[in-house]
Design a protein around this ligand. Structure first.
Ligand code: ZN
Length: 99
């Protein structure tokens, strides 16, 4: 799961062995593939487990309220949302100044 953020990196906690690892994301961009879906982003733990995040979730500025989820799910969802807005092409593009 996505544990948090730190200077252009994400902190991932492995669902399998619970080890925390830090992964730089400065060069990661999730672009649309030929099916029109954003590519999911995965981070590999030294144990071999791959934590994969779905970049096609509706982001919270477009999503329904989180009231139905429990607190832990809500927190995780907020972090994934933040992550999406940091790496997904459509959000990154918004920051690019037109030339
Ligand atoms: Zn692991």
């Amino acid at each position: 799961m996505l544990k948090g953020f730190q200077e252009n990196s994400v902190i991932i906690e492995c669902n399998k062995c619970t080890k925390e690892t830090i992964h730089p994301i400065a060069n990661i961009v999730s672009s649309k593939n030929e099916l029109g879906e954003y590519e999911n982003i995965g981070f590999e733990c030294p144990c071999g487990n791959n934590e994969i995040f779905n970049m096609n979730l509706p982001t919270l500025d477009r999503d329904v309220p989180l009231a139905r989820q429990d607190k832990k799910e809500q927190q995780q969802r907020m972090k994934v949302n933040q992550f999406i807005m940091m790496v997904r092409e459509d959000y990154i593009r918004q920051e690019v100044t037109p030339q």
